[in-house]
Design a protein around this ligand. Structure first.
Ligand code: FES
Ligand code: FE2
Length: 353
């Protein structure tokens, strides 16, 4: 299993999922209750009542103003997690309080901080396209019955598009074109690029952009370990000039594919996916097509990774993998995740001493 990396921000939900209904999510094995206070602030606290551990996100638990009332025997908590009322007695035990989590909204996500220390000035990595008037976004979330490391591997090696996603986003050129990989150990970011000068246009882009001929297709990945994956996708008819030095690129189509990768338990993961485009902004048909098509692609990965996890579960300990050039990005990501997890474990040990 891929070790959890603590003391990090993780996507717990989309902002639009967190409202005046109680929402339960499990992040790094911690059950978390999410809701919005009456003033609009998101609140995140432990999703287990201190009394008999009833999940506060489950009916008939409910909100009473900003307070959460446990649906089992009525213990009631404020937004700071402190119990303010118990049934049948005036005295409230001093230990009757729920752990709360640092929480913030950024780029249309609700992020929670999972760790032993406070985040201080540390902010989550950015995905500004998801909350920008210059882009139109379709998005969703699929739960995965697999170790989050399998999703990281999958996303860092897009050669699988040719095989697993043929007829959607895969064409032969993806698997045929070599990648370049760079790693910034200090920031924990892995960059993987694949620039295809002359490639078939897969239906995903032909339908959405209206391009009928061959394309220049660039895939530039940034993986911000452990939690956020960005794919900058540039699509342009062959012969379109490269972007100018100031970054302007008016004749190309740009799609920003974003994944929030959130380990839930050791072998389950939340796969938050979003596709932001800078063209056909008002075109509902394009939005519907991209939502449907990308959902299909995500499900192809989900099904494959669930199968892979089951297969790995029955492997004998010490099984061998064989890696080739296409795996460079994925291997770099594994190294960074292992380092971040080890640093987190050391810090936790030091704090316990
Ligand atoms: S379990 Fe919540 S009040 Fe008893
Ligand atoms: Fe995929």
């Amino acid at each position: 299993m891929t070790a959890f990396v603590r003391n990090q921000w993780y996507v717990a939900a989309y902002a639009h999922e967190v409202g005046r209904e109680l929402l339960g999510r499990t992040v790094l094995g911690e059950p978390i209750l999410l809701y919005r206070a009456e003033d609009g602030r998101p609140v995140a606290m432990a999703d287990r009542c201190v009394h008999r551990r009833f999940p506060l996100s489950e009916k008939p638990s409910r909100l009473d103003g900003d307070r959460v009332v446990c649906g089992y025997h009525g213990f009631t908590y404020g937004t700071d997690g402190v119990c303010v009322s118990v049934p049948g007695q005036q005295r409230i035990p001093r230990t009757a309080r729920l752990a709360t989590y640092p929480v913030l909204e950024q780029d249309s996500f609700v992020w929670v901080w999972i760790g032993d220390r406070e985040p201080g000035d540390t902010l989550p990595p950015r995905a500004p396209w998801l909350d920008s008037p210059e882009y139109t976004v379709v998005c969703g979330m699929e739960p995965l019955e697999a170790d989050y490391g399998l999703l990281v591997d999958n996303l860092l090696d897009l050669s699988h598009e040719t095989y697993l996603h043929g007829g959607y986003i895969g064409t032969p050129e993806v698997a045929e074109t070599p990648i370049t990989t760079e790693v910034d150990d200090k920031t924990g970011v892995v960059y993987v690029s694949r620039h295809m000068a002359d490639a078939a246009c897969p239906p995903f882009y032909a339908e959405s952009t209206g391009i009928t001929g061959r394309i220049t297709r660039w895939q530039d990945i940034e993986y911000h370990a452990p939690c956020l994956y960005l794919l900058h996708s540039r699509i342009a008819p062959v012969g379109t000039p490269d972007p100018s030095a100031d970054g302007s690129d008016p004749d190309a189509f740009h799609v920003e594919v974003v994944y929030g990768i959130t380990p839930s338990t050791e072998k389950t993961t939340y796969d938050f996916w979003a596709v932001a485009r800078d063209f056909a902004l008002e075109d509902q048909r394009v939005s519907d097509f991209l939502r449907e098509n990308n959902h299909t692609v995500v499900m192809q990965d989900v099904v494959a990774l669930n199968v892979l996890q089951k297969a790995l579960d029955t492997e004998k300990a010490g099984y061998q993998e064989l890696s080739i050039n296409i795996d460079t990005g994925g291997l770099a990501a594994r190294r960074i995740l292992a380092r971040l997890a080890a640093e987190g474990a050391e810090r936790a040990e030091a704090a316990a001493r």
